[in-house]
Design a binder for this molecule. Structure first.
Ligand code: ADP
Ligand code: MG
Length: 563
């Protein structure tokens, strides 16, 4: 009899479903599952908290289109993973969570058929999290292989097209538009629509080809999803210059919005006034029917896969050779605005960008970091000011190259995201850097994952932009004064964290590179050194002015609502 254990069957089923990565924390009864996974050829990354493990597994789902697995024990392990599952669901990223529970005295091999189902459910329709519960005694139970029914790998999700008449309607709305705008969300990134979309935009709107993603490049939290298309004949798009006010204007004045895989939620100001024209016509493209009409009733709803739908639109305009005129007032308004912004940011920010003042502020730090980042690096970003300002100054030029707090605004995701991206990078050998830009508070949520990075020699570069607190903090002297004045639990502002905490030493404790950075010079040399090291992770603990803040925003009420 060819015997096979439950653990082996689980591992082999996952492998057969092309689930190639597993992140988890083992304990009874799932240790054997992790071992079997490795034996089956699945890469297993042992993490330090299930939450970060689940963030990592879902990142694999977003980056590759097939879910990663997250392996946890029951009870507390699963409870920890819930944060990651909620985040994955909100982001529409596929992940399969496997939890070992207590023994039962029933199950046969048939129950393992749950796996192919879970993988399929996580990927098909709107992607998201799936949970499979395994009875403890199933893990080591043995069955005869000849009794096992093998389910073949579930194919990538079937692609659906939008209704033809709706496509024609969308084209006529687009043709009538005076101030059109394309908003590109992470659904478009997930569906890998970049090639078709670039062609569609260039073909019909060559005049605004640099800007369809403008709205997503605003100071809002949406650059995760965006890729930048260099305009024809123009140098690669300068992100910083087009942000904020241009986007405000673009959103406010657009009369037609082609919405590709982005929800009209808080990130897009619900698609409502004061940020949007109350009469704006939305052409909503999404594969989730339930999403249609949330907050704004669309002029046209195109239900289906974004890539396929963009190809449908492209075919239509190709046929009749339609092109948006290149000499419109809308286009020149946008161009003027971009030029004006460029000037303001160069002149207005100039002082802080190039200042040698110590302590540094956010703008100085991001200016120098942006100059040194490789063009194709994956930027992981979280924190309040750190992410908000970073989003406007640290450009990603390629699709799926920014991972941040996302739809749920989750803090603590960064290290898990970075570990997943680095694990993937290693097995695909792309020679690509993973740079994780963290607020000091955000770093704290999953800080022990630096041990994971050191253990697997993942050369992630972590930049902790340290302002001694959540939103803001105090300097060490003030902190000492406060401590003298009385019990800190009664008087310390709740936003404060330990001033000048040595996060860099957390990294050196495990053998990675740690840098304490106070000046521009130290920042540049530490970052260059870190980027040249492919063996070990690095952490730059960048001490900035604890009262450093962002520029005043026109609509501050939403930018902080979730942070
Ligand atoms: P963003 O955060 O960039 O604004 P959201 O996460 O709000 O984007 O929206 C992503 C949307 O994309 C979701 O509504 C989801 O249903 C949709 N989506 C995901 N994959 C696809 C796909 N392949 N085709 C069409 N829509 C998709
Ligand atoms: Mg902070």
């Amino acid at each position: 009899m060819d015997e096979v254990t439950g653990a082996q069957l689980i591992a082999e089923s996952l492998k057969a479903q092309k689930v190639d990565y597993m992140f988890g924390i083992v304990g009874v009864p799932v240790i054997e599952v992790a071992m079997a996974a490795q034996a089956a050829g699945i890469k297993y990354v042992g993490m330090r908290n299930e939450q970060a493990a689940c963030y990592a597994a879902s990142t694999i789902g977003y980056l590759t289109g097939r879910p990663g697995a997250c392996l946890v024990v029951s009870g507390p392990g699963l409870i920890h993973a819930l944060g990651g599952m909620a985040n994955a669901n909100m982001n529409c990223w596929p992940v399969v969570v496997i939890g070992g529970s207590s023994d039962q005295n029933q199950e046969t091999a048939g129950a393992f058929q749950e796996f192919p189902q879970a993988v399929r459910t996580s990927m098909y329709g709107r992607p998201g999290a799936c949970y499979v519960d395994i009875a403890g005694d199933m893990v080591n139970a043995k069955v005869d292989r000849s009794n096992v029914r093998v389910v073949s790998c579930c194919p990538t999700p079937p692609v659906s097209l939008a209704d033809h008449s709706a496509i024609r309607e969308a084209i006529s709305v687009l043709k009538a538009a005076k101030r059109p705008l394309v908003i590109i969300g992470k659904g478009a990134a997930y569906s890998r629509a970049e090639t078709a979309l670039k062609e569609f935009v260039e073909m019909s709107w060559s005049a605004i080809s640099a800007h369809p993603y403008g709205a997503k490049g605003s100071y809002l939290m949406i650059t995760i999803n965006v890729w930048l298309l260099p305009a024809r004949g123009q140098p690669p798009f300068d992100f910083e210059n087009v942000c904020e006010s241009k986007s405000v204007k673009a959103l406010l004045q657009a009369d037609v919005v082609l919405l590709l895989g982005a929800r009209l939620n808080w990130i897009l100001h619900f698609g409502l006034p004061p940020r949007f024209d109350p009469d704006v016509k939305i052409i909503q493209v999404d594969l989730c029917a339930e999403e249609m009409g949330n907050n704004v009733r669309p002029a046209v709803a195109l239900l289906g896969d974004i890539n396929a739908i963009v190809i449908q639109l492209l075919e239509c305009v190709r046929k009749d050779g339609w092109k948006y005129p290149s000499d419109t007032e809308w286009w020149s308004t946008l161009k003027d605005k971009i030029a004006a912004n460029a000037k303001i940011s160069k002149v207005g920010l100039g002082r802080s960008l190039f200042s040698q003042h110590v302590p540094m502020n956010y703008y100085t730090v991001f200016h120098h970091v942006s100059q040194l980042l490789p063009h194709d690096c994956i930027i992981v970003s979280e924190g309040a000011n750190t992410m908000d300002i970073g989003r406007t100054m640290l450009n990603n030029y390629l699709p799926r190259h920014r991972l941040d707090a996302g739809t749920f605004g989750t803090m603590g995701v960064g290290l898990g995201f970075a570990i997943a991206a680095a694990t993937l990078e290693r097995s695909e050998n792309k020679g690509q850097r993973i740079v994780c830009v963290e607020g000091d508070s955000a770093f704290g949520f999953s800080g022990m994952e630096v041990e994971t990075m050191c253990r697997y020699n993942l050369p992630v570069v972590i930049i902790v932009v340290n302002n001694n607190g959540i939103y803001s903090g105090v300097d060490p002297e003030t902190w000492k004064e406060m401590a003298k004045m009385g019990d800190l639990t009664s008087i310390a502002p709740p936003v404060t964290l330990l001033p000048e905490a040595r996060y860099d030493e957390v990294m050196t404790a495990f053998g990675g590179r740690g840098f304490l950075v106070r000046t521009v010079e130290e920042l540049r040399s530490a970052l260059q050194l870190s980027l040249s090291d492919w063996e070990r992770p690095s952490l730059l603990n960048v001490l900035i002015d604890p009262s450093s803040d962002r520029k005043q925003q026109e609509f501050p009420w939403l930018t902080r609502s979730n942070l």
